[in-house]
Design a protein around this ligand. Sequence first.
Ligand code: AMP
Length: 251
Amino acid sequence: MKILVAVKRVIDHNVKIRVKADGSGVELANVKMAINPFDEIAVEEAVRLKEAGKATEVIAVSIGDATAQETLRSAMAIGADRAILVQRPTEMVLEPLDIARLLQKIVTKEQPDLILLGKQAIDDDCNQTGQMLSALLGCAQATFASQIVIEGERVQVTREIDGGLETLSMGFPAIVTTDLRLNEPRYATLPNIMKAKKKPLEIIDVATLDFSPLGQVKILNVAEPKKRTGQCTLFNDVSALVTELQAKEVI
Ligand code: AMP
């Protein structure tokens, strides 16, 4: 069984985001970048399935500029066997439907049985790509996975939903998007980081893919959240808090 894992290069989650002065986006120059945390969980899960003898090959795919090669090397250091970079010019803006259309082309080429994505990228928080890819491919999907079990010709996915867990069974090919509690990704060891440098990384220029961005979504402005101005008040007991809330007509 072949597993394709989509990984996005995003600003490292420990970095304090700074908005550009002209409101056109966030500052990316000299900022530490990393693999999107949900995608790291997806790679870890794929590698665990391979280690458990359920999968034969794990392929990481990213759509980005040349710098995304580093992200793919990180995926291979976790254990992906090879990687594909769909390389776009740095200035090319892609919305989730564009990413899904490009992933569809890679799926058509690679014919994976299972396609793993993060539930969302922590930079744009869209939570759309997996669902859109499933619609384009016409295949089953299970989002927000907290457990993935492969049993013969089917995959069983437990999903975190409001008020509990739901378990779905899907035939292949299937799309699964990962949630936080699926696993805890391993730290890549130095020998595995070194090994990853030698693993195959195919670069496909987006210009060769008969593709142009839809340009349906335009970012009008990016702004920082308003600074909190309210003072914090400590109350000695609950009745004092209730009296204050009643005085302010909150309750
Ligand atoms: P989003 O819909 O943007 O929140 O992204 C959801 C998931 O789609 C991510 O966690 C990735 O697995 C995948 N994805 C989004 N953008 C890219 C990209 N540029 N390259 C590869 N995978 C991506």
